[in-house]
Design a protein around this ligand. Structure first.
Ligand code: ADP
Ligand code: MG
Ligand code: ZN
Length: 478
């Protein structure tokens, strides 16, 4: 039987506030364990949480940027569960009255725009962290509560995603928006942007959903995609064998490339949610919403429109480049240094992004700076290197971060523009291919390209193609 995958994504994003959501402790990453704590975030009895207004400001920005309806009245709730990194025995979150609902994000799926619905956006506090194997002693777990009370927003998508690629697209777009808004650094490895992926299968063409599993522990877009691919295969095998998928939470093991059962998934009633009596309900008025709307920066969609108009590049190029703010900035910096927008977008989309993807790297970690890329493109225009050799130079720049001039010199990649040397190469090629020369002279004009190719091969790609053409014409047509 043919199955269709149904995917819904839950994202937890750490908000870039200076202090925690319900106390004034610092949110700075990497401090001495338990140094950023106070009675409130340690969950001492008798203390009272106070909501950090900045958290609401940032959450509102996100909710508005993804076209949500803002609730004028929302409420915090206690989500009860026991875990050593949760000192209060409950997490303060939002439940039945969330900050915002009913939004959407647009992605490109199979070359076409597609809308992924957003179910809700709510605020909550983060839990602490368990550390293992500290000092090599595996018989202890250590608890670090610095992260306890760091503000998060959870963004829940509708089950509108259909493939692992769409999931990855959705996440990239969402993270792009958070970064544009400067509300989250989006670092997946450090856990400031975490994704749980829910997936179920149903027979192609059928309505209604099957039993889903929830996947956790993916710390890159690539891993989300791989985990979903694996899980879809696993569920397909189960259903093909006539068995049932069990509702559970599964952990992605990136080293083994498999998902492993972690625990049966709790139902909402297991958490015994109830309104937190220590916090007043949150009222957001029109003025607050209007002011937040006005404060929104240029977002990916707007930037895309501007790039198409200002740089005259295709819609598709603009879409790819504006997904990430850093990539868009990189692009604009390149164009400033080398004002040929289409040439730049080609290099960025083809060579640069392909290379970064292979290494699962972000543009911030790209060793080729706009300055280096622009300089290399100038060298093509100056005739120092051919377009083909430029790819070799690019690869070397990517690996070493060295200047293109240095690489060209080091590797002897200077373009051959020396007339005599090229004539020699052409003569050699013609002498080695007498049949083709004869056929060409009899009228098989198409063979011209063959000769050009042979000369390029002879010169290891270093010949200036215009000169080769010129010399070949002269010698063949004489
Ligand atoms: P839970 O209570 O298990 O967390 P929710 O209804 O809150 O479930 O949904 C969590 C996420 O799972 C959402 O992103 C939602 O779109 C997605 N989801 C819900 N049902 C399914 C399903 N049958 N298959 C795939 N994803 C689903
Ligand atoms: Mg949920
Ligand atoms: Zn505190």
């Amino acid at each position: 039987m043919e199955f269709e995958a149904i995917i819904g994504l839950e994202v937890h994003a750490q908000l870039l506030t200076k202090s925690k959501i319900f106390c004034s402790c610092s949110t700075a990453f990497g401090a001495e364990p338990n140094s950023h704590t106070c009675p409130v975030c340690l969950g001492m009895p008798g203390v009272l949480p106070v909501l950090n207004k900045k958290v609401v400001d940032l959450a509102l920005k996100v909710a508005l940027a993804i076209h949500c309806k803002i609730a004028r009245y929302s409420r915090f709730a206690r989500k009860n569960y026991f875990y050593p990194d949760l000192p209060k025995g409950y997490q303060i979150s939002q439940y039945e009255l969330a900050l915002a609902e009913h939004g959407y994000i647009e992605i490109i799926a199979g070359g076409k725009p597609k809308i992924i619905g957003i179910t809700r956006v709510h605020m909550e506090e983060d839990a602490g962290k368990l550390l293992h194997d500290e000092g090599g002693d595996v018989s202890y777990s250590y608890v670090d509560l610095n992260r306890t009370g760091v503000p998060l927003i959870e963004i829940v998508s509708e089950p509108d995603v259909r493939t692992p690629e769409e999931a990855s697209e959705y996440l990239k777009n969402l993270r792009g928006i958070l970064q544009y808004l400067d509300v989250c650094d989006g670092n997946m490895e450090e856990g400031s942007f975490r994704c749980d992926a829910n997936v179920s299968l149903r027979p192609m063409g059928q309505d209604g959903f099957g039993t889903k599993t929830e996947l956790k522990n993916m710390n890159s877009f690539k891993n989300v995609q791989k985990a979903l691919e694996y899980e879809i295969k696993r569920q397909t095998n189960i259903l093909d064998g006539g068995d049932k998928v069990i509702q559970e939470t599964r952990l992605w093991d990136a080293a083994k490339g498999v998902t492993l059962s972690m625990r049966g998934k709790e139902d909402a009633h297991d958490y015994r949610y109830f309104p937190d009596p220590d916090l007043v309900p949150l009222a957001v008025d029109d003025k607050w919403i209007e002011e937040t709307k006005k404060s929104l920066p240029e977002l990916p969609d707007e930037k895309r429109g501007r790039f198409v108009k200002e740089y005259q590049i295709p819609e598709y190029d603009a879409q790819v480049i504006t997904t990430s703010k850093s990539l868009a900035n990189y692009y604009e910096e390149c164009v400033r240094l080398y004002p040929n927008p289409k040439v730049i977008s080609n290099w960025v989309m083809v060579e640069l992004l392909r290379r970064l993807k292979t290494d699962d790297r972000e543009i911030e970690e790209c060793p080729v700076s706009p300055k280096l890329l622009a300089r290399m493109l100038e060298m093509i225009d100056e005739g120092t290197i051919s377009g083909k050799i430029a790819k070799t130079v690019f690869e070397d720049m990517y690996l070493t971060g060295e200047a293109p001039e240095k690489i060209v010199e080091k590797k002897g990649l200077l373009q051959v523009t020396d007339q005599e040397e090229l004539v020699e190469a052409v003569e050699k090629v013609l002498a080695e291919n007498p049949k083709e020369v004869e056929n060409y002279k009899k009228g098989k004009a198409k063979l011209f390209g063959f000769f050009v190719g042979q000369v390029m091969k002879e010169t290891k790609g270093k010949a200036n193609p215009n000169l080769v053409n010129e010399i070949l014409r002269k010698m063949l047509d004489s």
